[in-house]
Design a protein. Sequence first.
Length: 434
Amino acid sequence: MSSDPLIDSLTAALDARPDDLPLRLHLAGLLLDGGRGAEAIAHVGQALARDPGNAQAQALMQRALGAPVPDPSPPSAQRPAPDGPPAQRPAPDGPPAQRPAPDGPPADDPLAAYAQELADVVPPRFAPAGDEPEPVRGEADRVYDVESSSVRLADVGGMSAVKERLELAFLGPLRNPELRRMYGKSLRGGLMLYGPPGCGKTFLARAVAGEMGAKFLSLSIVDVLDMWVGNSERNLHELFQAARRNAPCVLFLDEIDALGHKRSQVSSSSMRTLGNQLLAELDGMEGDNEGVFVLAATNTPWDVDPALRRPGRLDRMVLVLPPDADARAAILEYHLRERPIANIDLRRVVAATEDFSGADLAHLCETAAEFAMADSVRTGEVRMIEQRDLERALKEVRPSTRPWLSTARNVAMFANEGGVYDDLVGYLKRRKLL
């Protein structure tokens, strides 16, 4: 999308004065004139949230919802054919113009025709012949993204017990270097977060990195596996090396059950070798892990190799549960804060969303917004997101954590050797699920 200097200047001015409604509405009008309807609707929605009766905002919203969608056809559609006149855009009531392509794709295949047009505009580029890839030049060229997180623990709703455990394991020793040296506490360690999907384990890991002022490096199975023998182990080593070079660094191992599955249940020799390499990296045998904080996340800790939970590796396990009532209220407020809302009974919604994960709550707000927007389009009158929209969304959105809780109940009853899942047992008993 091309940039308009006037729109860019107004956007910068609006960032400094977000409550200036005339400025926001003027910017929305320019965005509509420029065919940027989605951005205009976002600005008009914020204006209506501040002043629901604003006639100019309502008129702009109706204009945006009823505006025609710009023609997404590429510019090459108007390029002249090699030996003929330029192709003309068809009239509104006429048949679509056919692009002459004697050796190209069929005229009734729009995707193939569009691909051919792109090939005309941007010729294909081929890698140079040879068996060896181009050498890596400096850290900037590496494929592993080492990030700086701006999220803090205060941005995480609820999870007081999890935050206390993280403070004890990582954050406290980092903030108090003298005490750390006196007590002999190392700036290395590992912790496994487990619980139902969508409850904020990845977000929590980013918050730990932001709280520490450390770098953040996320690792998943797709970053490691390779079809060639030995390359997967080398990729895993390079990821750990990147974390060591950027210490202090939070290395987040997502879906650790896929990378470190129980070796007794793995039939592939290459996956067993990869698991052994992971154990060696966690032990620091291939390098010094001082300043590298390993956070792992999984939905199925019972599938993780027990060797990974040995002291010195991922020796602490923290249960990340579905948000409680206070956390659900905070999450709902977060996802509704930029949307036009009116007459919403938040306590009633919170009471109706027990067992909802954070992802479920985000989906609930998105669904309610879809209902309100569809009603506005149908009636031609813009209205707010109301309690009725959320209640209608509650009939469609179901908590995704209940299947996990059913599986966890069986594990707590029959596979809690050594009290590994005592936290889970206590939670299920409090919920009267055990």
